[in-house]
Design a protein around this ligand. Structure first.
Ligand code: NAD
Ligand code: UGA
Length: 464
């Protein structure tokens, strides 16, 4: 099958960058990204490419190159489905907030809506690709919906999970560790796999394109995220022990990371992992294990989340304890609000939970993040429903520079590892703060010795 037109449903953090890179690398394929969110599509089509809705290093220039040539963003979902040979489903799959599996299972209502819409609109055979992260065996439900259209259209369902990380999305898409494609063992299934392999082979070495059955592919995605998050919870667990024993978690991470069996990546102790996926995907894994009666398996993975919640709480408790057990009416400057550097995404950011805990103690928070707006900070806090929007407005503000956020503050807390924080004039910041001036480095990115020499009281993660 020769692919001429691709449609992607969902113009979010995955759909947008993924399709942009496919369009750049496959100028012979027309790629249309559709979304129900008209505002988001408007932003993707903004004349000034710097205003696209997602900040990712290197993304805007590729959008500028491909948009209008063979890359299109539209709200006309039906037209794009009708015309496409391949349809990627890249919609959100959040944790369920109601009913059976509440707070654990993945909410598949958006996925099902897509399947129903494809079933309704399609008049010719299609390959439907699960790009979203899904519980193992979701393809079965999609197939059932698509196979009951009764109009004779044939569908092949492939699983092609995305492994990009935000902040490095373009680099990850251009040079992936692997591309994973799961499909049926039937001749039709194999033909569909071959068609998708041919798309990626335009820029990815064939030996990095792995093909499996559908269930292995779906489960591999959840497994990869669980393993990655587990490493962070493991090093964070050690960070607490380091603080009790005088060991330095950065030194421990370096020492174990040099063992080639362990490897040195994903060993940075922190205030806790955030992002829209690690927690959601592990909860989903735990739910699946429980639903098969595998309680030991479920408990094992749930501990990764328990440890992460503990680490976020531990960080806010440490701030309160160190500031003489009260932060009431004290100003605390937050450097960073995004869940990691080089992204404007704040979903499940540790900063939100730390701020919430400190506001419960009546602290005043002044945030500076180079890519996050004041309205986003407020809406993130409001989402927790801990207090009224007016109370949040009174307790938190967002400033346009770190220097103004830190002015007259009793303490600075580093919540995101933005590189620019390391370049600041910390003497100037120190001089503008209340004394003693405290710094809580939730990312271990600043130089403890230099800061202490300036006069700061320094508290890192897992270092004394
Ligand atoms: P997102 O919320 O940024 O984007 C999803 C988009 O889908 C939204 O804009 C929404 O309006 C749109 N949408 C929902 N239902 C729709 C429908 N029926 N028709 C048209 N549009 C619809 O989510 P995301 O971060 O891009 O994640 C998407 C999926 O990819 C999730 O399953 C996630 O787990 C997975 N994933 C995310 C990342 C990441 O870094 N964010 C990485 C790998 C995998
Ligand atoms: C993660 C995975 O890395 C991607 O492979 C996956 O595709 C994606 O989830 C997904 O499925 O959504 P992402 O969440 O974008 O990507 O970013 P990560 O780099 O994994 O960071 C996640 C969180 O862990 C961040 O808050 C980060 O600061 C934190 N982290 C990361 C640490 O605290 N320590 C580390 O050593 C690494």
């Amino acid at each position: 099958m020769n692919i001429k037109k691709i449609c992607c449903i969902g113009a979010g953090y995955v759909g947008g960058p993924t399709m942009t890179v496919i369009a750049q690398k496959c100028p012979h394929i027309e790629v249309t990204v559709v979304d129900l969110n008209a505002e988001r599509i408007l932003a993707w089509n903004d004349e000034n490419v710097e205003n696209i809705p997602i900040y990712e290093p290197g993304l805007s220039s590729i959008v500028a190159e491909a948009r209008g040539r063979n890359l299109f963003f539209s709200t006309d979902v039906e037209k794009a489905i009708d015309e496409a040979d391949i349809i990627f489903i890249s919609v959100n799959t959040p944790t369920k907030t109601y009913g059976k599996g509440k707070n654990m299972a993945a909410d598949l209502k958006y996925i099902e809506l897509c399947a129903r819409q494809i079933a309704k609109v399609a008049k010719s055979d299609k390959i439907v690709v699960e790009k979203s992260t899904l519980p193992v065996r979701t393809a079965e439900a999609i197939k059932s919906i698509l196979d009951h259209t009764g109009n004779g259209v044939q569908f092949q369902i492939l699983s092609n999970p995305e492994f990009l990380a935000e902040g490095t999305a373009v680099e990850d898409l251009l040079h992936p560790d692997r591309i994973l494609i799961g499909g049926d063992r039937t001749p039709e299934g194999q033909e569909a796999i071959a068609a998708l392999v041919a798309v990626y082979a335009n820029w990815v070495d064939r030996d990095k394109i792995l093909t499996t059955n559908v269930w292995s592919s779906e489960l591999s995605k959840l497994t990869a995220n669980a393993f990655l998050a587990q490493r962070i919870s493991s090093i964070n667990a050690m960070s607490e022990l380091c603080e009790k024993t005088g060991a330095d978690v950065n030194e421990v991470a370096r020492a174990i990371g040099m063992d080639s069996r362990i490897g040195n990546k994903f060993l940075k102790a922190s205030v806790g992992f955030g992002g829209s996926c690690f927690q959601k995907d592990i909860l989903n894994l735990v739910y699946i294990a429980k639903s098969y009666g595998l309680h030991e398996v479920a408990d094992y993975w749930e501990q990764v989340i328990i440890m992460n919640d503990h680490q976020k709480r531990r960080f806010s408790n440490k701030i309160v304890q160190t500031l003489y057990n009260t932060v009431a009416d004290k100003k605390i400057a937050f450097l960073g609000w995004a869940f990691k550097k080089d992204t404007n995404d704040t979903r499940e950011s540790a900063a939100i939970y730390v701020a919430d805990a400190l506001i419960n103690e009546q602290a005043k928070i002044a945030v500076f993040d180079p890519k996050v707006s004041e309205s986003k900070v407020l809406s993130d806090l409001n989402y927790l429903q801990s207090r009224s929007s007016d109370e949040n407005k009174d307790a938190i503000s967002s400033l346009d520079s770190a220097y103004s956020a830190c002015k007259n503050a009793h303490a600075v807390a580093v919540l995101t590892e933005w590189d620019e924080f390391k370049e600041y004039d910390w003497t100037k910041i120190y001089e503008s703060m209340q004394k003693p001036a405290f710094i809580f480095d939730g990312r271990n990115i600043l130089d403890k010795q230099i800061l202490e020499k300036i006069g700061f009281v320094y508290c890192g993660i897992g270092v004394l």
